[in-house]
Design a binder for this molecule. Structure first.
Ligand code: GLU
Length: 316
């Protein structure tokens, strides 16, 4: 793995499981503007590690939309589907360190287990000390310590999570043989020399797992900034599952204006009808991370992560 160095290197990492929607635009825009305002680089990674949920058509559509919206990334885009060897190497390193155990449990067997704060199963530890006799291996889990993971998020404040009580031993290689998102992200961010992760707060619940893996693998932990999550009228996070409308590549201006507004940047109303390039010029001149509102965070992240400081003067 080569590690590049830069004072600031950010990234946008869409999953090509559907077209970009307003929520993805917020993450792309926030991460790019923060990188540029720090004189940093901004990389693009296509997160197609979960191959059954991804398609080339969605990846093409994402690239076309990003280009039509005027996003320009540094260097070559990375495809996760081509990075299996790096993930295997990281899994091997964790195995050597005694961190990994095979798990035979089926989803059905775990169905009665307690739920973790994010709604996933809190692993009851069935296979932690060895596979039950005669049972085949399905997935591979990482053994988590009873340590608290604390981190300072540049938007959400100081947060802590008790990984063993709130998340439990989690999967790094799935029953279908695919590497889990948590492992892939950590390996890729380190390989690319990412110093700052700016993304949606829907991923905040994953951050303690990623920090834990970084520590186990001896990798640096980037600075985090989790942006508020765009929700629909019913209060659901915009996503393919909630049928979020795809961005229209032919009309970038109004969506860019709305994303800047959503991110607390207060773009002048007269720019609503401005061209894409005028909006970019304004955004690059005026971006301030400090204006990004802290909320709405999802109820799930509120449960999982405990704030270790009173809310400051940010919007709640
Ligand atoms: N691929 C993830 C998503 O689209 C983002 C991962 C990340 O930014 O760490 O939700």
């Amino acid at each position: 793995m080569t590690k590049a160095s830069s004072l600031y290197r950010g990234r946008f990492a869409p999953s090509p499981s559907g077209p970009l929607h307003f929520g993805s635009l917020v993450a792309a825009l926030g991460s790019l503007l923060e990188a540029r305002s720090q004189g940093g680089e901004w990389l693009l990674r296509m997160e197609d590690v979960d191959a059954p949920r991804c398609s080339q058509a969605a990846a093409d559509s994402i690239l076309h939309t990003l280009e039509s919206f005027g996003f320009a990334w540094d260097g070559e885009m990375v495809w996760q589907s081509r990075r299996q060897a790096a993930y295997a190497e990281a899994l091997e390193q964790l195995t050597q360190a005694g961190r990994i155990f095979p798990c035979a449990c089926t989803r059905r067997e775990l169905a009665d287990s307690l739920l973790a704060a994010d709604g996933a199963v809190l692993y009851p530890g069935t296979c932690r000390n060895g596979l039950p006799a005669g049972r085949p291996v399905r997935a591979w889990r990482v053994r988590v310590d009873a340590t608290r993971i604390a981190f300072d998020d540049a938007v959400q404040g100081s947060l802590t999570c008790d990984l063993s009580r709130q998340v439990g031993d989690f999967i790094v290689r799935r029953a279908d043989g695919l590497f889990a998102y948590q492992l892939a992200v950590v390996v890729d961010d380190a390989a690319a020399g990412i110093t700052h992760v700016v993304r949606g707060a829907d991923l905040l619940a994953s951050t303690p797992r990623q920090i834990f893996l970084q520590r186990c693998l001896g990798l640096p932990t980037p600075v985090h900034a989790h942006l508020p999550v765009a929700v629909d009228a019913a209060g659901e996070k915009l996503s393919k599952q909630t049928q979020a409308q795809p961005l229209d590549p032919a009309r970038p201006g109004p969506a860019l204006w709305a994303a800047l507004q959503f991110l607390g940047q207060a773009p002048p109303p007269q720019l609503r009808a401005a061209s894409r390039d005028e909006l970019w010029a304004w955004a690059l001149d005026h971006w301030q991370l400090a204006r990004v509102p802290r909320q709405p965070a999802t109820p799930m992240t509120n449960q999982l992560l405990v704030r270790s400081e009173p809310a400051g003067d940010r919007l709640e």
